[in-house]
Ligand binder design. Structure first.
Ligand code: HEC
Ligand code: HEC
Length: 379
């Protein structure tokens, strides 16, 4: 069968995990929504970009600094992966029904109805996982008219443990690491449900309750769709053998079946280049500090409008989220009857569906500016 280069998957995962783990929270800081471990450097979301994605404009000039030994808490915050064999997966349970409820409250604004995606956010389902797995063999290299492969959780991911871990560690995007174990089970159950999957022959229907034992029986349709085989005691040799044979990888080399050092690319191949010299408007530049900071760096350029769009608009931008819509004079007049102090306090500490600070990595002062901005827009 058609095989996918597993190396790609791994590097993609490592990238994601880095992004997620860099915002790792200790249990204490979770309560206050502060993304800061042992006073370490934090990378708040600014202009919708998180630190790990910022271009390090200072790196060319930096002095060598070997950093410091991570603290036990920092290591613990990184070391929380959930493995296919169940390592790291806690006991707990959650139902599809609860998962749907949490999804509608916390995920739907980005991932769409039933995980349909859109608006730049990834789809979490496109229908029946087994059927869609078959589309992975569609090859537009060979048949330009064919539909491309549909790669979503159900059709593509080899292990459900990645899903559990991803949700628990990284979602919801604006306030990651706020979901409990049971909520994570419920959301994972819902993911299986919308991907029309079964566990051990039993359909994950609306009534289904997922727990650890059942979770470990999940078999993803595409579990064998990757190569080289990086599992087991012979992994290293398997990988070497695989890469020793160029016929195993690369669309072009597959045709010539030999190593190529010169003029390997077909002249007709389309090459995409980054336009206009690439990305350069990253602000603030990524920190190169490797020591514990003396004090919180809060002098990063703050753009109220952009921060509003990134952090508040997902819920306050339109009807239907249970939040007073920015620009709705009546709704905000009602909010303001409690007085400015209360409104600011509620925004800071959270209120019902409103997470503390709207789940945003902003300082108290910046939050005040955001609230003022919303009130001003609603006069
Ligand atoms: C504010 C928008 C937002 C919200 C809310 C949100 N997500 Fe996400 N989600 C994203 C973005 C952006 C990505 C892609 C991240 C990346 O690739 O680095 C993502 C990726 C994912 C993925 C991986 C999808 C894939 O195929 O790679 C899963 C699973 C997921 N989210 C589940 C959830 C769940 C469950 C919730 C609710 C608890 C949730 N998300 C809430 C924005 C959001
Ligand atoms: C996940 C959705 C969500 C996000 C994101 C969010 N809010 Fe809210 N917000 C709500 C909901 C829901 C309410 C209504 C709470 C209630 O009245 O019970 C609310 C209410 C408020 C209120 C009124 C509080 C009061 O006293 O009635 C303010 C002010 C506010 N939000 C500011 C913000 C700001 C500033 C941001 C961005 C930093 C933000 N919100 C992001 C959901 C959200």
């Amino acid at each position: 069968m058609f095989k996918l280069d597993r190396k790609l998957i791994i590097s993609a995962c490592v990238g994601t995990m880095f992004a997620l783990s860099a915002t790792a929270l200790s249990a204490d800081s979770r309560a206050t929504n502060k993304i800061n471990i042992d006073g370490g450097v934090s990378y708040p979301v600014v202009n919708s970009k998180t630190g790990p994605y910022w271009v390090n404009t200072q790196s060319a000039n930096m002095k060598i600094n070997n950093g410091r030994i991570p603290t036990a808490n920092e290591i613990a915050a990184w070391d929380k992966d959930v493995m296919p064999d169940g390592t790291g997966l806690p006991e707990g349970s959650g139902s599809v029904e609860d998962g749907e409820e949490i999804y509608e409250a916390q995920c739907i604004m980005c991932h769409g109805d039933f995980g349909s995606g859109g608006g730049g956010y990834p789809a979490l389902s496109k229908g029946n996982a087994e059927e869609l797995q078959q589309t992975l063999t569609n090859n537009r290299w060979k048949d330009p008219e064919a539909d491309g492969p549909t790669r979503v959780f159900g059709s593509y991911w080899p292990y459900a443990s990645t899903m559990w871990w991803y949700i628990r560690d990284g979602m919801p995007h604006t306030k990651s690491k706020t979901l409990s174990v049971d909520e994570t089970y419920a959301l994972t159950a819902y993911m299986l449900n919308i991907n029309e999957m079964s566990i051990d022959g039993e359909e994950v229907d609306e009534e289904y309750i997922l727990d650890r034992e059942k979770f470990l029986k999940i078999k993803m349709p595409n579990v064998d769709g990757f190569e080289p085989n990086i599992d087991g005691p012979n992994a290293l040799n398997d990988v070497r053998k695989y890469y020793a044979n160029p016929a195993n990888f690369g669309g072009i080399k597959k045709e010539v079946s030999q190593r190529c050092m010169k003029d390997c690319q077909k002249s007709t191949a389309k090459i995409r280049r980054i336009q206009n010299g690439g990305i350069k408007d990253f602000l603030p530049p990524m920190s190169v500090a490797k020591d514990l900071p003396k004090k919180e760096a809060s002098d990063m350029g703050f753009n109220v409008m952009k921060s509003y769009e990134n952090n508040c608009m997902p819920c306050h931008g339109a009807e239907g989220m249970g939040a007073p819509v920015t620009g709705d004079k009546d709704a905000w007049a009602e909010v303001m009857t409690n007085g400015m102090d209360t409104v600011q306090k509620n925004a800071l500490e959270g209120l019902n569906g409103m997470p503390a600070k709207g789940g945003a990595s902003v300082s108290d002062n910046e939050l005040k500016l955001l609230v003022d901005y919303m009130i001003e827009k609603s006069k």
